[in-house]
Design a protein around this ligand. Structure first.
Ligand code: ADP
Ligand code: MG
Length: 348
């Protein structure tokens, strides 16, 4: 049988970990990325460098592959649509169109009667002044934000005079929540009512960047069940195929809110490589390539630490302990706030 050639758009650490997982399943990978030095270059079978809007490059990518998926949400909708007219894209482009815009995403979630923080669309300064009830809050760009990029913390209305906010962009202003915990739920949907779901993962962020993820999450069983139920509902309504992640906030009164959805494998799920018989990456590949769904089972508990900036230097030459799994994303340059690798520690 000829091998399936899976096209992956984006070549960061998620693309790398997908490509590594694909090898074990005998799936060939072709990565299309706009970064010539993309980390996933080290792990894929073919690498195509080019702009995500370049018609010629898109065509040569499409001609090489059988099925297409993606590792990040900020891909032009036109590009995904164009690819989808020739080769199937999973999850489908309409999913990405909703999720890549924070306003559409939050509207969609609220239409399902699922709670999010209070928010408002913001186009100029006076609209912020009219939304005092949402301050203290966070002003977030509607598109292209990640790892806290494109976000402004407004502790009081006065802050808008000190911050240089570019009002050529569109924003949402979101009420700040007094957080008790953050969790995420990763689910892989294969088809209608047919999915594998991982237990909630507890996450700690610093400066809006994920620092640590662990299972089990130390939260009430009711919150565990509710978060999983919401994740299933969202994936069904999106008619989602593949792995996705729902990020949640829990406030001091144990209220649950959906923060955001990632239409892809997720950093908080890296520990599934070592804690489960089937990782979030393998499940994603199985779902998008139409392979068999196997029952996903937990083998261990674990904690995963992201290695951000210089953190990686401590690990590069260190011999890992038996219960430690170190991953180097092989990024060319170390930069502050850049995720350079991660280490998962199994708790037996
Ligand atoms: P990104 O797309 O950059 O991941 P998020 O909206 O998930 O953006 O924000 C990153 C982190 O910032 C969250 O995980 C959380 O720790 C903090 N944060 C974001 N919005 C809020 C909020 N409304 N209240 C409290 N903390 C928030
Ligand atoms: Mg987030």
């Amino acid at each position: 049988m000829t091998k399936v050639n899976l096209g992956i758009i984006g070549g960061g650490q998620l693309g790398s970990l997908l490509a590594i997982s694909a090898k074990k399943l005998n799936i060939k990978t072709t990565i299309f990325c706009d970064d010539f030095n993309a980390p996933a270059k080290n792990y894929c079978d073919n690498f195509i460098f080019g702009d995500y809007k370049d018609i010629k490059i898109i065509e040569s990518f499409v001609n090489k592959v059988d099925i297409v998926t993606y590792e990040f949400e900020n891909i032009p909708f036109e590009t995904l649509n164009k690819i989808n007219s020739k080769k199937k894209v999973f999850p489908k482009p309409e999913v990405n169109k909703i999720i890549q815009n924070r306003l559409y995403e939050k509207n969609f979630i609220n239409e399902l009667d699922i709670k999010t923080t209070n928010y408002k669309f913001i186009n100029n300064k006076s609209e912020i002044i009219e939304s005092k009830n949402l301050i203290p809050g966070l002003l977030k760009t509607c598109t292209l934000g990640y790892d806290g990029k494109g976000q402004y913390k407004l502790n009081s209305i006065k802050d808008i005079n000190d911050l240089e906010i570019d009002f050529n962009k569109e924003y949402i202003l979101e009420k700040f929540i007094d957080l008790k915990k953050e969790i995420s739920v990763i689910i892989t949907r294969f088809k209608k009512d047919n999915y594998e779901i991982y237990e909630p993962i507890e996450n700690i962020h610093e400066d809006q960047i994920l620092r640590t993820s662990k299972i089990p999450a130390e939260i009430d069983i009711k919150l565990k069940d509710k978060s999983k139920k919401w994740a299933v509902h969202i994936s069904e309504k999106l008619d989602y195929i593949g792995t996705m992640c729902v990020e949640f906030f829990i406030d001091k009164k144990d209220n649950l809110y959906v923060n955001e959805i990632a239409p892809r494998v997720h950093n908080s799920g890296h520990l599934t490589i070592n804690t489960h018989n089937i990782s979030q990456f393998e499940n994603h590949l199985r779902a998008v390539c139409g392979l068999e769904k196997l029952t996903t089972q937990k083998l261990f508990n674990a904690v995963m630490h992201n290695l951000i900036g210089d953190d990686i230097l401590k690990y590069k030459d260190k011999k890992a302990k038996d219960n430690e799994f170190f991953f180097d994303y092989k990024k060319k340059d170390i930069k502050p706030k850049r995720k350079m690798g991660h280490v998962t520690k199994i708790i037996k």
